[in-house]
Design a protein around this ligand. Sequence first.
Ligand SMILES: C[S@@+](CC[C@H](N)C(=O)[O-])C[C@H]1O[C@@H](n2cnc3c(N)ncnc32)[C@H](O)[C@@H]1O
Length: 292
Amino acid sequence: MTTDEPPVVIDWSEHAERLSAAVDDDAAWYAETARHLVEPGDGLAVDVGCGGAGMAMALSAALPSDASVVGLDGDDEVLAAAQRRVADAQIDGARVWLIRADLDHDLRSLPAVARNADIMWASASIHHAADQQSAIDALAAHLAPGGRLALAEGGLRGRHLPWDLGVGEPGLENRLLGAEDRWFGRMRESLPGTVRMPYGWTTALRKAGLTEVTTRSTMFEQTAPLAHAELTKVLDNLAHRVERASESGDLDADDAAAWARLLDRDDDVWLGHRDDIHSLSARSVHVGRRAA
Ligand SMILES: C[S@@+](CC[C@H](N)C(=O)[O-])C[C@H]1O[C@@H](n2cnc3c(N)ncnc32)[C@H](O)[C@@H]1O
């Protein structure tokens, strides 16, 4: 990051409702992943950086009713929105507790209800910790013997558009992904006390002393033409990403102009008129086990 580039500071409160709404989109994947992670005899799961608590709820449904699930997050409004979802869900399963905890300061001294976990789950949260390896080490240390730490990180970001849209320079979507990479790099460099982790998630799990390290990836595909509801979701998601990349200054002005036309429903080149929009992405979960 050069000195004239502004730091990236995320106010998670602004994302509370979006994270809560995203729970429905990911519900099937959460349920399937939770069933895959839970083992007989498990009594405690922790969802670290829980956002809308989608995985906390899925874990509670997959665990027996005498088990507990603890959702941890650093933002009060995110936790309040998650609490509303948990209350609405009326889950017939393990009890869900939501607790405020910071990834950079609180992981080594978690409250007793979050220690000795059979499952520690962290999805898209550890990459917001200043020292990712230190956070992973701390979580691994809270595992019960035989417990698993599961990191949902990486995978493949969504692809939706043909390379040449006939508006702007071809390769618009690739350059949006590039702009997001630049933003991500600045976000990491802006974290106070940031430490680079120049290796992959499976290596990080092994460095934390975990064994039987594996990765399981799930592909999500919806072929063109998309149904109306799916098309709307894709366009809303693209609009959110383009707005963020434009506001942060990571998107080139010509590309921003092309996106403005493609996302304007009053323009004849609006993406919503096309029958060649699709959705292809993958999510990876890296798991390591503490020796029994
Ligand atoms: C990208 S969201 C992921 C939410 C959820 N795990 C999911 O997969 O949908 C990152 C989450 O981590 C939380 N978070 C970010 N930085 C944090 C920190 N330093 N301490 C605690 N939570 C943090 C945010 O409040 C947010 O809920």
